[in-house]
Unconditional design. Structure first.
Length: 742
């Protein structure tokens, strides 16, 4: 900035379109600046020209606007692309061309000397009905455009520029014959991000268009970019507007113009920003003195250090603090990952910290972060696992690019990005990591921290946590598994059979006397009164899976709500308090995992399932070390909720609970009935309205928790008494109470 200031305050720069000495001097400076830009991309002036624009966006827009589209053209672009590239599709579609997004998949491992192990998969072709165009154009030349960033500004993934060569020379091989029957392919690289640490080498790769932005290289000047264009590609562009600067001659009152010959002159409307252009040599001076290869190595090693350190951070309970986006298998190959680290942070219980929260806290520590989708919706959706439905419903829910919403339906809808440049230091990276550690990592479990009380009013459906909850007369948690869903054929529906049941969430407000139920498949929240006399008339005596129950049933409206929620007909029933408890089905559920027909009654057994935080952490550590490292970075991180416990305890050692027989919590006594046998139900991930199945964590549990063919995790408890005496009325359990095994 000092050099720029000195330059502009001591020299006179005239408008380069005039003939004065100062104008001639400006003209020379602009010409030299063009050469510096070409040199930076190693582009020969015989083959390439540098057109100055107002930014990378304007450079991209120029290509879109002037590209020779026809209805036989294709505009193809990678999913990872900036909105400013995606916008080119409006020009393409508007002229009847097809637009197609693609995914580039590197096939690993990459073998030395092998030609190009990349695979391209195509998304659905987009096309618009355009009226007024000739149906079959005369067989003129057909031109197609392929666009990708040299470095993805979301993930930092660097694209192999060999792609440009392959697309141009051998497109049918990689795109499939059907797409590229016709025409010639031109390649556009958005180097706005990538060129700051690794400019494209145009002597090696025959790219037609490269978009650049100078503030991305050295901060100042803003509002100046460039389109580096191959001469033969520039000749194909069709310019329609003319202006001062681009016209050689024109007549005011008739349709006559003669455009200028030079490529730069033809595309630079009006007067170029010559004071900004005069300033870029001061920026290039710094880059060239450091050398691009040193900048690249420096920034890549800072990013690598940051990625590795973040990835290794663990909460006191062993769960991951940070989920990184990008290709970590490529982490060691510095030429494939740039200087970006993109991530989100998680709490010890596996829920997400919103990225806005991270950004706000960081700014309190003097650290400025970029968060959100970084104008790269394709990469954002890809790495965050957001479907078209998610994206559309988030938009309908009122989310726009710049707002404060960062988590919708439990899923982050953007990320946090750290991006290093030549001026970044190791201390910067270190300071950032220290900030993450001190603000988001919870070091040790406090006894109270992990403790939880959980109630599941409807068997197999989602439950809720409470800080205090009463016991019922029979000694279970009040209203726990008091309701069931029954199929038309008379079975009690379970999570194992109907995983969608897990997506139903429920909550009881004792003061309102209401059970609230929600489902991602139902717009309205359902309310069910707890007070019983309401249903007295509906009491029935029914047989379910060989057991007799006294139940209350519900009206059609309630039943159709649940039928919609689980996408199959069913009815809701409520246990009436005599015969066998539905509560017992918790044990039966587990038994029936092995044998669905053995409807065994476990009267008064297994009222509570107890799981320890430490055992869950131990399991998570094993999942991370035994299975590939990936497991720790993805959704597989196991949360205590997976095991549908009623009581979550913490503060002991892993699997201490296996050895407990009698347990006191406050003044209440419980007896252990032994380990809880696990089935595939714990392999269901229920997240943001979706059910996913995997083989974990059961496969890992099976490797070290197998006892006589049963896979045990957590223990079942039965309530015994209060202080050895008979319990009277409701009595309560509280989060934070100490658990004393005898
Ligand atoms: C910043 C950026 C752009 C937009 O550049 P402007 O000069 O700000 O218009 C386009 N693509 C990528 C990859 C970017 O990082």
């Amino acid at each position: 900035m000092e050099s720029v200031f000195k330059d502009l305050t001591t020299n006179v720069y005239g408008n380069p379109h005039s003939q004065s000495d100062s104008s001639a001097a400006t003209h020379d400076i602009v010409r030299d600046a063009r050469q510096q830009v070409l040199d930076y991309c190693n582009a020969s002036p015989e083959d390439y020209k540098c057109i100055f624009t107002s930014g990378a966006t304007a450079a991209l827009k120029l290509v879109g606007e002037a590209f020779p589209w026809s209805c036989n053209s294709n505009f193809m672009y990678t999913m990872e692309n900036h909105n400013s590239v995606l916008g080119i599709r409006e020009y393409a579609l508007g002229q009847g061309a097809a637009a197609i997004a693609v995914d580039i998949e590197d096939v690993h491992p990459r073998i030395e000397g092998e030609k190009f192990p990349t695979k391209i998969s195509l998304h659905q072709e987009q096309r618009r009905k355009v009226t007024g165009l000739q149906e079959e154009e005369p067989m003129g030349d057909v031109y197609n455009l392929f666009a990708f960033p040299s470095e993805c500004n979301f993930s930092g993934l660097r694209f192999d520029l060999d792609l440009a060569k392959i697309i141009k020379e051998d497109s049918s091989k990689i795109l499939g014959a059907s797409v590229c029957k016709k025409g010639r392919w031109l390649v556009l690289i958005d180097a706005a991000k990538g060129s700051a640490t690794m400019p494209p080498d145009l002597s090696k790769y025959p790219v037609d268009f490269v978009a650049l932005s100078f503030y991305k290289l050295f901060g100042y000047p803003t509002g100046l970019g460039a389109l580096v264009v191959r001469n033969d590609a520039a000749k194909l562009l069709k310019k329609s507007y003319f202006s001062g600067g681009t016209v050689a001659a024109s007549i005011a009152d008739i349709d006559f113009i003669k455009r200028r010959e030079g490529i730069e002159e033809l595309f630079e409307d009006g007067t170029v920003s010559f004071l900004s252009i005069a300033s870029i040599r001061h920026g290039f001076k710094i880059l060239n003195s450091l050398t691009v290869s040193a900048i690249s190595r420096h920034t890549t090693s800072l990013a690598l250090y940051t990625r590795k350190t973040l990835l290794a951070l663990r909460h006191g309970n062993g769960s991951s603090v940070c989920i990184l986006y990008g290709r970590h298998d490529l982490m060691e190959m510095c030429h494939e990952m740039g200087s970006i680290v993109s991530f989100n942070l998680k709490r010890p219980d596996g829920s997400w910290y919103g990225y806005r929260e991270v950004e706000k806290l960081a700014s309190l520590s003097g650290i400025q972060l970029r968060t959100g989708c970084f104008c790269n919706p394709g990469a954002c959706a890809k790495y965050l696992g957001l479907s078209h439905m998610d994206l559309i419903s988030n938009t309908e829910a009122g989310h726009v690019c710049w707002d404060d919403q960062d988590i919708i339906s439990g899923k982050p809808i953007g990320a946090v990005r750290v991006s290093f440049g030549y001026m970044s230091t190791f201390e910067d990276a270190k300071k950032f990591i220290d900030f993450v550690k001190s603000s988001f990592m919870s070091p040790q479990n406090h006894v109270d921290n992990g403790n939880q009380l959980k109630v599941y009013p409807i068997k197999s459906c989602g439950g809720f946590s409470a800080s205090s909850w009463p016991l019922s007369n029979n000694g279970s948690l009040k209203h726990d598994r008091e309701w069931i869903l029954k199929s038309l054929s008379g079975e009690i529906l379970t999570l194992k059979r109907v995983p969608e049941m897990g997506l139903i969430s429920s909550f009881i407000d004792l003061s309102q006397g209401m059970l609230f139920v929600e489902s991602p498949h139902c717009k309205e929240r359902l309310q069910i009164r707890l007070q019983l006399d309401f249903y007295d008339s509906a009491i029935q005596d029914i047989e379910l899976q060989g057991q007799r129950y006294k139940v209350y049933s519900y009206d059609n409206e309630t039943n159709s709500w649940f039928s919609k929620a689980i996408e199959r007909p069913c009815t809701l029933l409520r246990y009436s308090g005599s015969s066998h408890d539905f509560v017992l089905d918790r044990t039966k559920d587990i038994v029936t995992c092995k044998d669905t027909n053995s409807a065994v009654s476990f009267a008064n057994e297994g009222q509570f399932l107890l799981v320890s935080e430490e055992s869950v952490s131990d399991l998570n550590k094993r999942l991370c070390s035994d299975v590939q490292m990936d497991m720790c970075e993805t959704e597989i991180e196991i949360n205590t909720n997976r095991f549908r416990p009623n009581l979550v305890v913490s503060g002991g050692r892993p699997y201490d609970e296996d050895g407990w027989s009698d347990i006191r919590i406050g003044n209440k006594y419980f007896r252990s009935l032994g380990g809880c046998n696990r089935c595939q139900v714990i392999n269901l991930t229920l997240n943001a309205g979706q059910v996913q199945k995997s083989k974990e964590p059961l496969a890992t549990l099976a490797s070290y928790r197998r006892v006589k063919g049963r896979i045990l995790f957590g223990i079942l408890l039965k309530y015994v008494s209060v202080n050895g005496e008979q319990q009277q009325g409701d009595s309560w359990l509280h989060v934070g109470q100490e658990v004393h095994p005898d």
